[in-house]
Write a protein that binds this ligand. Structure first.
Ligand code: RNT
Ligand code: ZN
Length: 424
């Protein structure tokens, strides 16, 4: 153990000197990384099931969790245990992102328009104990009143009003969580509304959605406790031809109403760059929430890995002005592999991409750019790709008391054998 630590320190020392040659201070980069939290999405732990009914499963909404790996969390207690385990393998202080369907309903069926802060007291107490911030999402899928494919933009006023009430309740719950934790909650709203085939009344549904949102945001809540964000999408299963709440719709609505916008990295055309969007829209918004995900063909929710898209996204997060207006969250669900292992892969890869961005010699690169020394800019960008990044990352993990390198994989395997296999 002593030797291992000495090795680690030596490697870090070598890496530190290497980065110094490029004018980068690795200690400062590690300090900056410590300030960034990821909002870990609770729904990876149980395939977006929630706790409204025994055996709740995701239905409708155009999203789907595939796979049947054993060990899915069946109760709040199990989910909190799994989250605690996952968080113990991720360096730094993170947050937890909840969905309205994950309340503590005590085996009673509470309909979505009747949920209250008391149903989330269990989560608030848990978060306090673990010193975690929380975020919140309204749940407008997996419900008979969402089966038509329309919720806030439904042509039925009864359905619309039901969902308006639900979102109003969710905003109040978010504000109460924010008040008790003394830490603002991002309330995110994503709706599944859309149609499989070509509609003729796009305008009608969009008018209705605008109207529903106006009613929802008419209620002013304390921005110290809750911040509202709207999430658009390109298409879903069963909403291939039309999505009412598209990116353009919510971007316009959020700018006009001084709200935040959620960019889910799986919700755009594959060649569109979400990284490029940040600086284009941030100046006009109250903030951006990122749902970091990985789109693969038709699926927008694969486990996040350290690929080019993620690296570019993190570079833009670190380089842009007003970084404090960008909130980071994960959003994927995979039931085909160890579920908490999936959380840790996504979170560690995201943190690695941020660290990589923090270790770039930005001032130097900007100088070359401004002097039109574009050969030097490109050459440096290529050279820094082979700097000893891994040693800096390992040192960060060591400093934060989480397993170094591949050791966390063993820890997930042990947890699977001791705990998850017993959940049948
Ligand atoms: C769906 C959206 C949304 C959901 C979660 C479960 O396409 O990305 O954010 O993934 O609310
Ligand atoms: Zn999302």
């Amino acid at each position: 153990m002593v030797f291992l630590f000495q090795d680690l320190k030596n490697l870090y020392g070598v890496a530190k000197d290497k980065y110094k040659e490029f004018g980068v201070n690795t200690d400062l980069a590690l300090n900056e990384l410590k300030q960034i939290s990821l909002s870990i999405h609770c729904w990876q732990g149980d395939d977006v099931g929630g706790f409204e009914r025994p055996e709740s499963v995701i239905t409708g909404g155009g999203i789907l969790s595939t796979g049947n790996y054993p060990g899915k969390a069946r109760t709040i207690k199990e989910l909190q245990m799994d989250l605690t385990k996952a968080l113990s393998l991720i360096p730094g202080n993170q947050r937890v992102n909840l969905h309205a369907s994950y309340g503590d309903f005590k085996r009673k069926f509470i309909d979505r328009n009747a949920i209250k802060p008391e149903h989330f007291q269990n989560w608030i107490d848990w978060a306090k104990e673990k010193k975690l911030g929380l975020d919140f999402n309204s749940t407008l899928f997996s419900h008979p009143k969402a089966d038509s494919g329309y919720t806030l933009s439904s042509k039925s006023s009864e359905i619309r009003n039901f969902w308006i009430e639900h979102v109003q309740k969710c905003r109040e719950i978010s504000a109460e969580i924010g008040r008790q934790l003394n830490n603002p909650v991002i309330h995110n709203l994503w709706i599944p509304d859309g149609s499989k085939d070509i509609p003729v009344d796009r305008a009608g549904h969009r008018d209705l959605l605008k109207n529903s949102l106006d009613q929802i945001f008419d209620q002013k809540l304390n921005p110290e406790y809750v911040k509202d964000s709207l999430e658009g999408k390109l298409f879903g299963i069963g909403s291939e031809a039309f999505v009412v709440g598209s990116h353009d719709f919510y971007l316009s609505y959020a700018v006009k109403n001084n709200l935040m916008l959620t960019l889910d990295t799986g919700h755009f055309h594959p060649t569109e760059s979400v990284a490029d969007k940040l600086t284009a829209i941030l100046p006009f918004l109250n903030g951006i929430m990122l749902h970091i995900s990985r789109g693969v063909r038709w699926d927008s929710d694969h486990v996040v890995i350290l690929n080019d898209d993620l690296m570019h996204l993190s570079e833009e997060i670190i380089r842009c002005k007003n970084r404090e207006k960008i909130y980071l969250g994960l959003d994927f669900f995979d039931a085909s592999i160890n579920r908490l292992g999936a959380w840790v892969i996504g979170a560690r890869s995201t943190l690695k991409s941020l660290l990589n961005a923090l270790l770039q010699p930005l001032e130097l690169l900007k100088e070359y750019e401004e002097n039109n020394q574009l050969f030097q800019r490109l050459a440096y960008l290529e050279e820094i790709k082979s700097l000893p990044f891994g040693a800096v990352w390992d040192y960060y993990c060591y400093k934060h008391n989480v397993p170094i390198g591949k050791d966390w994989i063993k820890s997930v395997e042990e947890y699977e054998h001791s705990t998850l296999v017993n959940r049948t």
